[in-house]
Design a protein around this ligand. Structure first.
Ligand code: PEP
Ligand code: MN
Length: 479
């Protein structure tokens, strides 16, 4: 049901953090009017299915994997092999989730940071490049990476829409043409895995899986209605996959917010009404899942106002500066009816700070009886600059925050429901993984960072490092 005193534009009366100032409001209005006429990227029924599956995560019946780029480029001109990069990303997400499903015997809900993650929040409005002070790069949907192209251009929002559309189209066609088939998991990954130990461990899973599939085929239950295979419509070749991005550019989000009838299953007694007065809800149709960043989660700010009214499941980043009572007040605002599956808290304190904050956040939320999913983002509190000046993250530090997170949840009678990672399966021309985070089973050193550093935003785990994380989580839940 539509939220009281809310409209897709009510955020405009609030103060907005990370605002983008366009020099020409007439061109901006034209672009937004055009966006309002374009078709939705995702459908209400997909969004409702994700809400339902996140409800299962919250009840400890599934695990959430949220992963992808920090920020994607929004022009295929900038990507060497766009289709290969997309399939490498999806392949890594599938391999990661297979390790979890196999080891922990838990279905995995997969949400990619993909098909819309183009804007980035910045700590400073301007930056120094050489001896010039220029506007900061805010992402391809705002301005250009080139220091001479930093004036925000609204046409970029339109390109972002079309870029999301083509990316999503490719993802959907990959997933419906057998790429996700559990009969061919080697297609997703093995040529990327250089560590002999990791290869062996992954091979082991694939062999076990082949046996299990053979057995199922023999006894005739291969296309059973498992959640993993998409609820009641599954075959072993299909998986659910959802898209997400940070809901930062509110003009864009508003233009893609559309009213649709609330599905009957989602209606409460209070909202149920006879046709033709079916209650409507506002869906953000640019992605299935959106999150509020750590820099835009002010209780009285524009982003929280926008997010409280949409029906999509949402994420909230929770960092060390979040006060415990502030967290509960935020939950009261965005989930007043305490609905399961609606809110995912993405904690990102940093390995050195998690001990000071997580337990009190868990305890405050438990007292408030808000149903939330807790997931660990061990990336954003653990970034540093290497001696060569490249932004990096240490694999050991990432693992340290993740391990502390698992332990603290267990000690607080809570449960870690998932992870949020910045990773990529991208390879260079010679078939080598990126080198952006140090450490991992390949023991990447600071000196090697420059070899294949391809991120122009935050450093991502590469293929091998990501599988290392997958095995760690899978082994933890196996116990
Ligand atoms: C991000 O997820 O890329 C990000 C900027 O995170 P945070 O808001 O937690 O800093
Ligand atoms: Mn990031």
């Amino acid at each position: 049901m539509a939220t009281q005193d809310w409209s897709p534009s009510s955020w405009k009366s609030k103060s907005i953090a990370q605002d983008v100032e366009y020099p020409d409001s007439v061109s901006l209005s034209k672009v937004l009017s055009k966006l309002e006429t374009l078709p939705p990227l995702v459908t209400p029924s997909e969004i409702e299915r994700l809400r339902y599956q996140l409800g299962l995560v919250q009840q400890n019946e599934a695990f959430l994997l949220h992963a992808g780029d920090c920020q994607s480029r929004c022009s295929f001109r900038n990507a060497r092999h766009p289709q290969e990069n997309i399939s490498a990303k999806i392949g890594l997400i599938l391999s990661f989730s297979l390790i979890l499903i196999w080891g922990a015997r838990l279905p995995v809900v997969r949400i990619g940071r993909i098909a819309g993650q183009y804007a980035k929040p910045r700590s400073s409005k301007t930056e120094k490049i050489g001896d010039r002070e220029v506007l900061s790069f805010r992402g391809d949907n705002v301005n250009g990476l080139d220091p001479n192209d930093r004036t925000p251009d609204p046409e970029r929002l339109l390109s972002a829409y079309f870029h999301s559309t083509t990316t999503l189209n490719h993802v959907r066609s990959l997933l419906t043409s057998g790429f996700a088939s559990l009969h061919h998991p080697r297609d997703w990954s093995l040529n990327h895995v250089r560590s002999p130990l990791l290869r062996k461990e992954f091979e082991h899973i694939v062999e076990g899986l082949s046996d299990a599939l053979d057995f199922s085929r023999t006894i005739g239950v291969e296309s059973g209605p498992s959640f993993e295979q998409g609820g009641d419509r599954g075959t072993v070749g299909e998986v659910d996959f959802y898209t997400s991005h940070e809901g930062l550019m509110l003009e864009y989000e508003q233009a893609l917010t559309r009213a649709f009838p609330l599905p009957s299953a989602a209606q409460t007694k209070a909202t149920a009404a006879p046709a033709p007065h079916k209650p409507k809800a506002f869906y953000n149709t640019s992605a299935h899942f959106l999150w509020i960043g750590d820099r835009t989660r002010q209780l009285t700010g524009a982003h929280v106002e926008y997010f409280r009214g949409i029906r999509n499941p949402i994420g909230v980043k929770v960092g060390p500066s979040m006060a415990t009572d502030e967290l509960v007040r935020l939950l009261d605002i965005v989930n007043p009816l305490k609905e399961a599956g609606r809110v995912t808290l993405i904690t990102r304190y940093g390995a050195g700070k998690i001990d000071d904050h997580l337990a009190s956040h868990i305890s405050a939320v438990q007292k408030s009886a808000h149903p939330v999913i807790w997931i660990c983002d061990p990336m954003h509190g653990n970034t540093h600059t290497s001696s060569s000046g490249l932004k990096t993250r240490n694999f050991g530090t990432i693992i340290s925050e993740l391990t502390s997170c698992l332990k603290i949840h267990a000690a607080c009678n809570s449960r870690l429901g998932g992870v949020s990672l910045e990773f990529t399966g991208e390879l260079n021309e010679e078939g080598f993984s990126v080198t952006e985070c140090v450490g991992g089973s390949m023991e990447l050193s600071e000196e090697q960072l420059g070899l294949r550093y391809q991120s122009f935003c935050d450093p991502r785990l590469n293929f091998e490092q990501s599988l290392d994380v997958a095995f760690l989580i899978s082994n933890y839940f196996k116990k």
